[in-house]
Design a protein. Structure first.
Length: 313
């Protein structure tokens, strides 16, 4: 039995989890998911990363985008646009039901974590998926155009603004959701997903107590690099490394994770960086293929990561 807790963002984390639940008992897995990307849309509460992880594990996700539901249409969105409503954020007709369900239950006073538990159980998932907090937490992106709400920066403006700063509104008073502390303490392995360190992992660590618990459990933490060959597999991680003055490479990411993780998983393409990472940080480096192109690749990455994290020298 291997209990695994994962610090998770959206698409990269969802793909890793899809492999993970095929190599360990799904009921031994807890995904602690970022909610800094959450937003209000036409009066509805949207939790993109929770939904991306859930839809992926339920085999419902749109494979072309990595988010949203397979086979949904944009008829409602097009109608909303005709009425003069917002149409820059693609809410599909089937996805809309999730937001109606979640928003209604939030309005009745149910916590996001309980709603997520019921929703994922309905979809037949055995692994635990929890928001990092039930409290309001919002990523705010500092750019030349001023401070932008996360989805304004990411979707509306296509992540094209250089990022000067990031803050997580609400973090100071947020409390970890009920399962979070227990999952981190009980885990045999904690995985930092191949997600954006600034936009996905930092908001999780900004919730008081979470960073401290990860550090306290450092000997069982493995971080997977989201940067391969100096480029992000998806999204603006490389641009943000650059604009915030970090090395645009897996080494730049490794420096950020040194106090958190014992093991750093590096792609084959970056094997030449292994010795500098090992000499500059206190992490053990494991080199393996990290591109999650198919189910076999996801499973191999998940089992390789677990093995490395459990194999304390
Ligand atoms: N990403 C986009 O690039 N464009 C969209 O219109 C968009 C809509 C969307 C709707 C629901 C959802 O759950 C996710 C959606 N995403 C969209 C993805 C999402 O904004 C980002 O991938 C994450 O927030 C970053 O992890």
């Amino acid at each position: 039995m291997t209990r695994v807790a994962m610090l998770a963002g959206g698409v990269g984390a969802a793909r890793f989890l899809d492999g993970l639940v095929r190599v360990v008992e799904p009921s031994d897995v807890t995904a602690i998911v970022n909610v800094g990307d959450d937003m209000e849309w036409s009066g509805l509460h949207i939790s993109p990363d929770l939904d991306t992880v859930t839809y992926t594990l339920a085999d419902l996700v749109n494979p072309e985008t990595g988010w949203g539901l397979r086979g949904e249409s944009r008829r409602t969105l097009d109608r909303l646009s005709e009425l003069g409503g917002p149409d820059w954020f693609m809410i599909g007709d089937l996805d809309l039901a999730t937001h109606l369900y979640r928003t209604h239950r939030l309005s009745q006073g149910d916590p996001l974590s309980a709603i997520t538990r019921d929703f994922t159980a309905r979809l037949g998932l055995e692994c635990m998926i929890t928001p990092v907090t039930d409290d309001r937490l919002r990523t705010v992106v500092g750019t030349d155009a001023g401070e932008l709400a996360f989805q304004d920066y990411f979707v509306r403006r296509r992540a094209s603004d250089p990022v000067h700063s990031l803050r997580f509104d609400g973090a100071e008073s947020a409390r970890p959701a009920p399962l979070v502390e227990e999952a981190l303490n009980a885990a045999d392995v904690i995985v930092i997903a191949p997600s954006n360190p600034f936009l996905s992992i930092d908001p999780l660590l900004s919730v008081p107590g979470v960073r401290e618990l990860v550090i306290a459990n450092r000997s069982k933490v493995a971080a997977v690099s989201p940067i391969i060959g100096g480029e992000a597999v998806k999204g603006p991680a490389a641009d943000i490394l650059q604009s915030l003055g970090h090395d645009v490479s897996a080494l730049g990411v490794a420096r950020l994770y040194d106090d958190l993780a014992e093991v750093f998983v590096l792609d084959d393409a970056d094997a030449a960086l292994a010795s500098s990472i090992e000499s500059e940080t206190d992490m053990r480096v494991i080199v393996m293929p990290t591109l999650m192109t198919d189910v076999e690749a996801k499973m191999a990455l998940a089992s390789g990561t677990l093995e490395a994290a459990r194999n304390v020298p």
